[in-house]
Design a protein around this ligand. Structure first.
Ligand code: PNS
Length: 159
C-alpha cells in the first residue's frame, strides 16, 4: 500500500492544510497526518487538541489517519515502514526551509522521498500563524479554518 505521511505542527489546522490532505488522499492509498513537535514554535493548542482538531476536520476522508509523534520524523518513518513524506509549498519563501528538511530527512533515513504539493492559489497566503494573529484580534475565521473548528478556536482566544 502506498502511504504518504503529512507531517506538521498544525497549531491549528487550516483550510490550507485540509486542501493538501484532501489532494494527497486522492494520490495515495492512505495519508497519515503526523502531528509533531517543532522545537522552534510554542504551540497554543496541546498535542492532544491538535490531533483532535485534525480528526474532526478529516473525518469525511476515509483514507486519512491522524497520529502524533515526539521525536525525529525520520525515526517515525523508519519505525512504521513509511517512505513518502508529503509537504505543501506555498511560495518560494517556503522552499529553502522545506528543501533543507527534505535533505535532512533523507540523510537520516535514505528510503525517504519528499513529495511537494503546490498550495492551491486560494490558500497561498494562509498559515497557522495568520489564523492565530486574526484570532488574537477576534477576527472572522470562517474563510481560514475548517468550519467545525471555528467555535473551538474562538473559545481558546476568548471571543
Ligand atoms: O508545520 P511545521 O511547524 O512547519 O512542521 C515542521 C515539522 C513538525 C514537520 C518539523 O519541525 C519536524 O519534522 N519536526 C520533528 C523533528 C525533526 O525530525 N526535525 C527535522 C530534522 S532536524
Amino acid at each position: 500500500m502506498q502511504v504518504a505521511v503529512y507531517p506538521g505542527s498544525f497549531d491549528p489546522c487550516t483550510n490550507g492544510h485540509l486542501d493538501i490532505i484532501t489532494r494527497a488522499s486522492h494520490m495515495f492509498e492512505k495519508v497519515v497526518v503526523a502531528v509533531l513537535i517543532n522545537e522552534k514554535k510554542h504551540p497554543v493548542f496541546t498535542l492532544e487538541e491538535r490531533v483532535e482538531m485534525l480528526k474532526i476536520a478529516t473525518k469525511h476522508i476515509e483514507n486519512v489517519e491522524v497520529v502524533s509523534f515526539s521525536g525525529l520524523l525520520a525515526d517515525f518513518m523508519r519505525k512504521n515502514g513509511y517512505s513518502v513524506i508529503v509537504k505543501g509549498l506555498r511560495a518560494v519563501s517556503d522552499f529553502e526551509y522545506e528543501f533543507q528538511m527534505a535533505l535532512t530527512n533523507s540523510a537520516l533515513y535514505d528510503k525517504i522521498e519528499t513529495v511537494f504539493i503546490p498550495s492551491s492559489a486560494e490558500f497561498m497566503f494562509l498559515s497557522s500563524s495568520i489564523v492565530k494573529e486574526v484570532a488574537k484580534y477576534n477576527g472572522d475565521l470562517d474563510a481560514l479554518v475548517p468550519e467545525e473548528l471555528v467555535a473551538g478556536i474562538k473559545r481558546r482566544f476568548g471571543y
